[in-house]
Structure formats: C-alpha cells, structure tokens
Design a protein around this ligand. Structure first.
Ligand code: ADP
Length: 328
C-alpha cells in the first residue's frame, strides 16, 4: 500500500491556506487511499523565535483542528514529531550526507533568514538545517508520497536527493519519495498582499483567514481583500493576482474551476460575497467539530499517544537500518 507522510508546523494558528492547500486533501482523499501519517512538526517550530508555552498550546490546537477537519485515527496516524525520537536521530545522519551549499540554496531559507536579519534578529542554525529534519521526517517512514502545497516543492526535491545519495553511498536504505500537489489552491495568497502566500507564521494580518475565525470576521477579511485595477473578473495570476486568488479560493471551496468561475461574475463585489459565503460554509462544520473536541481532551490525548506509538513502530526499523548502513 502506498505510504504518505505530511505535516503542519505549530508556529501559529492554522489558516485557510493550510486547509485548502493541504489538510482538506488529507482528510477527503489521502487517508482513504493510502497508509497515511500526519505529523504536527513541533521541532520545526523552534527554528525561529518562539515562546515555549505557546508551541505546546499550538501543537494541541493543530491536532484538534486536524481531527476537526476530518482526519480519522482509525484511518491514519496523527502524532506529534517530538514524541518520536527517530526524527532527530535520523536528521543527524542526513546532515552528514547533505552539504551546506545545498541548504543555503533553499528559497525558504533565503526568505526567512532575510526576514529575521531585517528585524535585527540572529538566524538560528536550525533554520538552515530545517530541510534535513524534514527529509528525516519523510524518509524515516519510507513514505512514497508527500502531499504538500507549492511552497514545499523544493524541500521534497532535496529529500529525494538525500535519499538517492545515501542509498548510493551506503546501500539501499530509503524509499525515494515524490511530492504531490493539489490541483486547485496549491498556493492560497494573502488577501491584502496577493503576491505573497497566506502563511500562518506571518504577523497576524487582515489578509489571513484563520480556521477558527468567526463568520463575521471571515466575511470582513474577504470583503476587504485587495483587488486589481480594471473591472473584469478573470483568472490571470500575473495580471490580476487579487481576483485570481479569490477565484481560486471560491473554486476550492465549491469544487469548481477558477477559470470557468470568472465568467460568471460582472463585479468584484459579487465575487467577494460568494467567496465569503463559500468559506464560511466550509469552515462551519470544522468549527463545530473543533468545539466538541476541545470539550473532550482525553480523546485527543489518546489519539496522540496511540499515534506516537504507531509512528515509532514504523520509523525505528528504518532508522536503525540507516545507523547500521552508515557504519555505527
Ligand atoms: P505555514 O506556511 O502556514 O507555516 P506549514 O509549513 O505548516 O505552513 O504547512 C502545512 C501545509 O500547508 C503544507 O503542505 C504547506 O504546503 C501547506 N500550505 C501552507 N500555506 C499554504 C498556502 N498559503 N496555500 C496552500 N498551501 C499552503
């Protein structure tokens, strides 16, 4: 059976981008067609300035949201990265296979390190080595597929390179995974700044819809979304990034196609209203289920405990084999 691995970082509250670009696909499709692992990658949340108490709370919230979004523990494995030591164990071995030049070429590293420096901060070494830990996350489980949004494409490529290199040097140990991307909404953009992605780690802004935003907040954010010059509602990512983003969100929420939906509107206002309605409808059941789960902390604890045990059982043989192969 195909094995898939994907994750979410508890660096902030989950956004509509996380949901449409990743989590929805995990819940609706991936968990039913494969042996799937979904991980709250809390070690990755330590690569930038963080508040120790908050990471733990956000991990918990992310877990609850994934379950609320429809992940079923009977169908897939949901767990927290730091509960399974194999990730850190394997990461170190892969650091001995990767090069610093490779790390410095990663687009996300360049962007995030520049942002840290611009704010007068120092750049943690773990920000540079982050893609190696991500490779360990994936390779430890022998994952065949990694469903991710566009922003993670380069990191999955690196994971493939490291797997191939390790196997060539030390004997076949790892499965070489491949990334899969959703057809629609692989890159949901910020509503106020439609040329940059809607990211939970960015400063809380009017351009980000969070999964737990109340319906009136969602509506306000979408109605105030930046639009483009001109009047025509058409899907053109280059010339009309704001409108195209709204069309993409609407299409993802209604199982439509952004190109076709464009033709149905004669005003920006009508498109915004329908997009807001569609998003509110998509979030409603998720928010209801989230409320129920928050009231049942023992259930969430149980899911995480069982998930970690299952994940450990899968990762340990592969990581042990990697230690033997490399000569330890
Ligand atoms: P973030 O940038 O919000 O911290 P994560 O690294 O936790 O995102 O990513 C979790 C999943 O959500 C990944 O598969 C990522 O590709 C996807 N994702 C994140 N932001 C977006 C977005 N704006 N549009 C589409 N997918 C996204």
């Amino acid at each position: 059976m195909t094995r898939i691995f994907s994750g979410v970082k508890p660096t902030g509250h989950l956004t509509l981008g996380n949901y449409l670009g990743a989590v929805r696909q995990w819940a609706k499709v991936d968990q039913h067609r494969a042996d799937a692992l979904f991980c709250i990658v809390d070690l990755h949340a330590l690569t930038v300035e963080h508040d120790p108490g908050r990471v733990c709370r956000l991990s918990r919230q992310a877990t609850t949201l994934l379950l609320a979004a429809g992940l079923e523990p009977a169908q897939c494995t949901v767990f927290v990265q730091s509960h399974v030591d194999e990730h850190a164990r394997l990461s170190y071995l892969l650091e001995c296979v990767a090069t610093d030049g490779e790390m410095r070429r990663m687009i996300q590293y360049k962007e995030k390190s520049a942002r840290e420096r611009a704010h007068g901060g120092s750049v943690r070494l773990s920000l540079l080595t982050y893609p190696v830990l991500m490779a360990a996350d994936i390779l430890a489980y022998g994952a065949d597929e990694v469903p991710v949004g566009d922003d993670q494409r380069q990191h999955v490529e690196l994971t493939r390179d490291l797997a191939v290199r390790f196997n060539q040097r030390y004997g076949h140990t790892f499965v070489t995974p491949r990334a899969t991307h959703p057809v629609v909404a692989a890159r949901v953009m910020d509503l106020q700044e439609p040329t940059s992605k809607m990211g939970k780690s960015h400063d809380a802004g009017a351009g980000i819809v969070y999964l737990l935003d109340e319906p009136d907040v969602v509506r306000k954010k979408i109605m105030r979304a930046v639009t483009d010059s001109g009047q025509e509602v058409e899907y053109d990512r280059e010339a009309k990034p704001g409108i195209s983003n709204l069309l993409e969100i609407l299409a993802a929420c209604t199982d439509g196609e952004p190109e076709k939906l464009g033709g149905a509107y004669t005003s920006y206002g009508a498109l915004k209203k329908d997009t807001a309605d569609a998003v509110v409808e998509v979030l409603r059941p998720l928010q209801e289920r989230h409320r129920e789960l928050v009231a049942d902390p023992a259930y969430v604890d149980g899911v995480l405990k069982e998930g970690a045990e299952r994940a450990r059982g899968m990762a340990r043989p592969t990581v042990d084999a990697a230690y033997r192969a490399i000569g330890l």
